[in-house]
Design a protein around this ligand. Sequence first.
Ligand code: CU
Length: 248
Amino acid sequence: MKKLNRFKLTTLSLTAVMLAGLGQSTFAHTRLDVPTQTEGTRIINHMVIGHSCNENTRTIGTSVVFPDGVDSTILVDGQPHNGQLLDFLTNYGNNAQLLLNHSAFTAMDEKIVNGNVVGFWAGGGSGMPNNLNVATPFRLTAASINPTSCAKSVAIKISVADICEITGVNDFREGTVELWTHNDLGTPFDRVSATDDGPATLTIARNLATNPLPSACGEGVAVVVKPSAAQINRDMPIRVNGEQFWPK
Ligand SMILES: [Cu+2]
């Protein structure tokens, strides 16, 4: 009898802790564990899924896409830049290495285009319930900022789709998928949102001690890199050996 009471108490306090956690995670989007890295540094970062598609769903897979830097949109203090990404970053293109991790999903792989890792996916297994989080680990190298540029920071916009039900694009809706993507590219993967608040951002900060701004730069500029619509359409689907598993 005594034992039972203690068990009941423990269950009660566990429930209280879970409820408190639930309230918090409702507002947590899918974001990088470490959203800002100094240029040239390499760390093990994580893409953290903060909640499932809704309270009654489990996240059964995730698809992540980095702008490839080839046909990406580059904004400088909000204005389109007509040159190349090389004007601001000297070694961008193959900066991520997915780490094998079976904690949440049974299958995973990198997405490779022209020898570069442009994203990764993970899926399979019983998935993540709404009240827990998943942290997918990957080694991430922050590219170096071109010393001749005026960039004080370069924000890389990472698109993510967290999948709760495998559907075609026509059945993307509340409960089947969470799209942490741009709202204005014109792709089937676009987030429905009034503001462009979807993607997870990696901000690469200039190391002002070892790579000071040229004197002509003044305060420096903030650069943003977004994927093209063509790249999102190419790289967001999950394919294994050429066969597409999502969307379908
Ligand atoms: Cu959220």
